[in-house]
Write a protein that binds this ligand. Structure first.
Ligand SMILES: Cc1cc2nc3c(=O)[nH]c(=O)nc-3n(C[C@H](O)[C@H](O)[C@H](O)COP(=O)(O)OP(=O)(O)OC[C@H]3O[C@@H](n4cnc5c(N)ncnc54)[C@H](O)[C@@H]3O)c2cc1C
Length: 433
């Protein structure tokens, strides 16, 4: 292999990166490419953009960090705006590139893009390496078509499987080619104090979290609505691939070896397995991840109500806990797992909405948007996915008593004020059961 093109997507790091290691073997030149697709910023069938202002800021930061790391190895990141199916063939033809190398995608659209490129180039000029999950496909003790139908079966099946090895660090890279980057749309929001995109910030946060006492309390605190140390907060870096799940698992094991394991530290591993399960589910089910009847093929009596949807997005419903959560999401691009469950349940059960509008809005807003985790969790809550209990309806008042008994979270994000404002108008909210 003389010249290679490494297409970065959700693997914006140099650490634990088998595709990069392979690309480093190119004898003459390497192009490190990131494609920004114009369609990410256009409203889709569900009236939302693929990438909203919060995730876009995080991605820009991650790209800048990646470029700095590549420059330290004599390389640089080429960022081009356009459809990868046009950009990549053009670069490969014009620069005599032998091989396209990527990290295996789990989302259906990304997979289809890769398959189209493979069709055009021929299989011998394309290479896929796995690094978005703990396990590789051939490590799984079942064929993908036999993926267990529930998380508990999956967890049992992969118990004891070794997720190692972590890929060794890349020491040098072939030189770049003289290819320019395009100007990118600037971030429209201020940097976030906690969440800065990129491997450097991700590693700093990982190190900080596992040098604190927080992992020992994780199982007791993980349901908190609004507290920085209550859960790991690693998801944004995992979603953009600034951190690899194997690196996180290695840090968890190191922590357990030094400080002892308990139920809480073990539970962090269980949550990483949830992430893993949703990735393989997405791969196994393809387009069914976005289907109204889900992977379970169940049709639920929901529909689309434009006014209700708009109010849910803005945090102006009759439900203070939902309003507070949606306002936090809109302001920060992040939401705790508990709050995600509550607003999703409210959209489906209280407002009678097609779950996919909620998933699409999350996709636009979340800095940790991950196609498999987001759409898989929405399916789960909407009763059309991998949930043996189906159709989960949270009692919002009881949940408020449990997780926000003093209404601090609601006050902080002005959930009551929004609910009061709303009760004065006539959206035609469904009557409470
Ligand atoms: C409706 C809905 C949508 C969601 N959308 C996303 C999404 O787009 N991206 C995303 O990463 N997570 C998503 N989740 C899962 C979960 O809410 C977040 O991973 C978690 O809140 C992130 O915070 P944390 O890193 O502190 O998680 P922790 O509680 O510290 O968990 C550690 C890691 O385990 C993984 N994890 C935890 N819970 C889940 C879960 N339920 N499903 C899959 N992986 C999990 C994440 O990678 C997380 O970073 C969604 C959950 C719901 C209910």
């Amino acid at each position: 292999m003389k010249r290679a093109l490494l297409w970065f997507r959700h693997d914006l790091r140099l650490d634990d990166h088998p595709a990069l290691l392979r690309a480093a073997e190119a004898k003459e030149h390497l192009i490190c490419l990131y494609c920004v697709e114009p369609r990410w910023f256009v409203a889709d069938n569900w009236q939302c953009q693929r990438v909203g202002a919060h995730p876009w800021r995080f991605i820009l930061e991650a790209l800048s960090d990646l470029n700095q790391r590549l420059e330290a190895l004599g390389q640089r990141l080429v960022v081009q705006v356009g459809d990868p199916l046009t950009v990549i063939p053009h670069l490969m033809r014009n620069h005599w590139i032998d091989k396209l190398i990527i990290t295996a995608p789990f989302g259906e659209e990304e997979r289809q893009q890769y398959l189209s490129l493979q069709h055009w180039l021929g299989p011998r000029r394309c290479e896929v390496h796995q690094a978005h999950t703990l396990f590789t496909l051939d490590q799984l003790p079942f064929a993908l078509s036999d993926l267990p139908g529930t998380f508990s079966q999956f967890r049992k099946a992969v118990k004891g499987l070794d997720w190692r090895p972590i890929a060794p660090p890349v020491k040098s890279l072939p030189p770049p080619l003289p290819i320019g980057s395009h100007a990118l749309p600037a971030a429209t929001i201020e940097p976030n104090r906690h969440y800065h995109g990129g491997q450097s910030a991700g590693e700093a946060h990982l190190g900080h979290y596992f040098s604190s006492d927080a992992p020992k309390q994780y199982k007791l605190t993980r349901n908190a609505l609004d507290d920085w140390e209550s859960s790991t907060k690693l998801s944004p870096w995992l979603a953009q691939g600034c951190l690899s799940p194997r690196r996180v698992m290695a840090e968890l094991e190191k922590y357990e070896a030094q400080h002892g394991a308990n139920e809480s530290t073990e539970w962090i591993g269980v949550e990483l397995l949830w992430r893993e399960y949703f990735q393989w589910t997405a791969l196994a089910h393809g387009t069914r991840l976005f289907a109204f009847s889900g992977t379970a093929g169940v049709r639920r009596p929901t529909s689309f109500y434009p006014e209700r949807f708009a109010r849910w997005c803005q945090g102006q419903t009759p439900y203070p806990i939902v309003n507070a959560s949606m306002r936090q999401l809109n302001c920060t691009g992040f939401l705790s797992n508990r709050a995600r469950q509550l607003v999703a349940s409210a959209l489906v059960h209280e407002l009678g909405m097609d779950w996919r509008y909620g998933a699409a809005y999350f996709q636009q807003q979340l800095i940790d948007h991950d196609v498999a985790c987001n759409w898989g969790n929405w399916q789960y809550l909407a009763g059309v996915g991998a949930d043996p209990r189906g159709w989960r309806h949270f009692d919002l008042e009881k949940q408020t008593e449990l997780y926000d008994p003093e209404r601090r979270f609601i006050r902080r994000w002005q959930g009551e004020a929004a609910a009061a404002m709303d009760s004065q108008d006539s959206v035609g909210w469904p009557v409470k059961a």
